[in-house]
Design a protein around this ligand. Sequence first.
Ligand code: GDP
Ligand code: MG
Length: 255
Amino acid sequence: MLPPVKKDRIISQLPKCFSPNAALHTKDSFHPQVKAVCQVQKASAVSFNIAKVIVVGDVAVGKTCLISRFRKGVFDKNYKATIGVDFEMERFEVLGVPFSLQLWDTAGQERFKCIASTYYRGAQAIVVVFDLSSIGSLAHARQWLEDAMKENDPSSVLLFLVGTKKDLSTPEQLSQVEQEAIRLSEEIKAEYWAVSAKSGDGVKDFFFRVASLTFEANVLSELEKGGSRDVSDIIRLTDNTDLSRKPAAKKSNCC
Ligand code: GDP
Ligand code: MG
């Protein structure tokens, strides 16, 4: 039996997007069908659902700090390059239903790209991270996205383009980079966010948005597949052994 979800991981309303110009959608509440299903589901409280989220981007753009700021609530200054791929589970409650994000942190180094592709598979969300203070990292975002998409079905994956290190830029610099980033987001149909792991600005809102949109997409996709199935089956009871287990070769030195 899992312990209860932490109070600060409870999502009862759809979080707002960062920029309406670059959002996956701009509705202000969860889909009515999703709400209705969760209303029923809450009563049994046994459901457990999960979404795999992969975080990609150039080395040192701030992927690991972003995840650790959200998970631990602090900025981890002790820079340590991520080796290979690692993942962490983060538990939420969305509309009263337990839901987990499996956050996969990948190394940005070229030499890890070959093992990383194995871990890209089956993602519900791809988070492409770039450094707001380095326009070059934004230029590489498209390539990261293409690599991650090779292993996934474009119709069922949600894309997020996240600029980090917002604290390092002046408002003028920020608005310049943001113009480019929003243009790219529109083109690749990603939702754009600007955050800072150092100050914490936007980090929780961003992950809440990822949790909410992946949750909503999962429930809607189950509804579509399920047709007239009993509503209690709709949010799967998942023990997902292969998903919730850490990979055996977690810290491999690659190929
Ligand atoms: P990764 O290789 O993408 O996982 O990058 P890391 O998360 O390891 O961060 C790389 C470097 O950027 C580290 O020195 C961090 O301290 C720094 N860093 C990460 N996020 C931020 C941020 O939001 N603001 C600032 N100023 N530095 C950051
Ligand atoms: Mg890292």
